[in-house]
Each structure stands twice: as structure tokens, then as C-alpha cells.
Design a protein around this ligand. Structure first.
Ligand code: PMV
Length: 301
């Protein structure tokens, strides 16, 4: 029997623009999803906490068609986070399943192979996506990332003073990605300008984060949020939580991920943290306690 766990993730900078070739910055969070593989007479998948098992099914299929013919295994999935919050349960379950199978059947797979197979599994199902969430689940830490994993650079950070607020609304990522793509087709000049500006801001954020210049990083979050508003992916609820965090003294705040719902993030000076959390809760958000920069997919004892 073997258990592998993969972390959830939060997008720090660059969502949407990353789908069009710009870089983004993602961090893995310390809420994890686990997949246990054990002997069985046939293949069986037991995932009471997972809404649907299509990512597991596809990952299993991809693994056995490429690496092994012996498909006798029972997979059991459990998660510390709900698939509702936008921490990337689909990517975490795909990566953890592939890693569990590779270890259980003793088929060596590099991290890069895990990333590539998992990315194709999620693309087959969702049709769109940059793969940033797969990279976070595979490698962990905080990453400077480009679409399809053409660049995956770990950032060297000692910590990120992050506060996370959940809107209570589930984001429909594939639809939001398609809506932005439609806008880009309709108004290419305007939308491409926004993407380029976001890309520039990601480059600066990469440097400033590694230098620990959090006040400036917060400002960059505010700028990023303005561009996301222009793209039309923010929501009233997100704006309420972001506004509350800012009012309570956050260095900066933005939505995280596709928009429309899921989570917002704020950068908090340590003496303002409590006030910011209270502000988010008062505005109707749920503060989720997570630590960023968590480890990638790994064996659980
Ligand atoms: O909604 P999330 O947390 O999966 O984030 C989506 C981020 C996008 O850039 C909009 C899409 C992507 O795959 O990069």
C-alpha cells in the first residue's frame, strides 16, 4: 500500500494572460489531496470526497495504456480541501494518481513526465488551460510558469504574507477562459495590450517577491486586479472582499484564478493581519488558513 499527496494551489499573478503566452506566478498551498494505491483483484476507484472521478479515470487510463498492463489496483482518494474553493482538486488528484501508480507498479516517471501526462489528461477533459495548477501539484513551492510548462522556474522565497478569502461561489473556469478568448477575438488590440501589461507586471513581481519587497508586491496585485476587472472576470463578491482587505490595511489584493468566485488573496503587513481577516469575514467571505510555498507531490508516511 502506498499513499501519495499533492498540494492545492493559488494563482498569485498572471491568470488569463498565461493562457495567451504570458508568464504567471503560482504557489502551492499546504492543504493536500491524497491517493492511496493498494492491491486488489481488479481496478477500483473509491473517491467519496471527489465530485466526479473523470480525472482519476483518465489518469488511470493514460498510465496503463503507456506504462503497464497490470491494472489490478484499488485507488482511494481523500482531500483536506473541497473541490468548491478553487485550490485545484482536479490537478492535484491527477498528479497524485499518476505518482501513486508509478510508485505502486514500480514504473519510474520523472516529474516532467508526470507534468506532461497530467497536463494532457486535464486538457483532454477541459479543453483549455495553461497547466499552472498541474505544475504546482507536481513541483510545489512557488513557480514562475509559462503555458504548457515551456518554463517552470522555482522562486526562492522565505514566505509570503498571504491572507486568503473564499467567496462561497464556485468559479466556472473553462467558461471564463472561453469568455476571455472571445473578448480577445472581438477586441484583439485592447485585450492583447492588457495581456502584455499583465506579463510585465509578473516579471516585476518575480523580482520583488524574491527580494521580499512586499509593499511593492501588494501594489502589483492591485494593478493586476485592475487589469482583471478590465477583462470582466471580477465579481461583486470578489470586489467586496478585496475592498474590505484593502480598507483594513492590506498592501494589495486581487482575485486568484479564473475569477467570478473562488478565492481572493491579500498581502498583509503582520500588524494588520487580524484586521484584514476580520474585514474579509465581515464582508461575507470565509478566511481560509493556508501556508503558501508547500511541497509538491510526495509519499505520505
Ligand atoms: O480557476 P483556476 O484557479 O483554475 O485558475 C484559472 C487560471 C486561468 O489562467 C484563467 C486558466 C489557466 O489554466 O491558466
Amino acid at each position: 500500500m502506498i499513499t501519495m499527496s499533492a498540494p492545492g494551489k493559488l494563482m498569485l499573478f498572471g491568470e488569463h494572460a498565461v493562457v495567451f503566452g504570458e508568464p504567471c506566478i503560482v504557489t502551492a498551498v499546504d492543504q493536500r489531496l491524497s491517493v492511496t494505491a493498494e492491491k486488489n483483484s481488479r481496478i477500483s476507484i473509491n473517491a467519496p470526497q471527489v465530485k466526479e472521478t473523470k480525472f482519476v479515470d483518465r489518469a488511470v487510463h493514460a498510465f496503463f495504456s503507456k506504462y503497464s498492463k497490470n491494472s489490478r489496483v484499488r485507488l482511494t482518494i481523500s482531500s483536506q480541501f473541497s473541490h468548491q474553493v478553487g485550490f485545484g482538486s482536479s490537478s492535484a488528484v491527477t498528479v497524485a494518481t499518476l505518482r501513486a501508480l508509478s510508485l505502486f507498479f514500480n514504473v519510474p516517471m520523472s516529474d516532467r513526465e508526470i507534468f506532461d501526462v497530467a497536463y494532457h489528461v486535464t486538457l483532454d477533459i477541459q479543453g483549455v488551460g495553461s497547466g499552472f495548477d498541474i505544475a504546482a501539484a507536481t513541483y510545489g513551492g512557488s513557480l514562475y510558469f509559462k503555458k504548457g510548462g515551456s518554463t517552470i522556474d522555482p522562486l526562492s522565497l522565505s514566505g509570503i504574507p498571504l491572507v486568503v478569502g473564499y467567496t462561497g461561489v464556485k468559479a466556472d473556469t473553462p467558461n471564463l477562459v472561453r469568455e476571455v478568448a472571445e473578448k480577445q477575438k472581438k477586441y484583439p488590440e485592447k485585450v492583447n495590450k492588457i495581456f502584455i501589461a499583465i506579463g510585465k507586471l509578473v516579471e516585476e513581481a518575480r523580482t520583488r517577491m524574491q527580494a521580499g519587497e512586499w509593499e511593492r508586491v501588494g501594489k502589483l496585485m492591485d494593478f493586476n486586479q485592475e487589469y482583471l476587472r478590465d477583462l470582466g472576470v471580477s465579481s461583486e463578491k470578489l470586489e467586496a472582499l478585496i475592498g474590505a482587505a484593502k480598507k483594513a490595511g492590506a498592501w494589495g489584493a486581487k482575485l486568484s484564478g479564473a475569477g467570478g468566485g473562488d478565492c481572493m488573496i491579500a498581502l498583509a503587513p503582520s500588524d494588520k493581519r487580524e484586521a484584514i481577516e476580520k474585514g474579509i469575514a465581515k464582508a461575507g467571505g470565509e478566511v481560509i488558513a493556508v501556508s503558501p510555498n508547500a511541497g509538491g507531490v510526495r509519499v505520505e508516511p
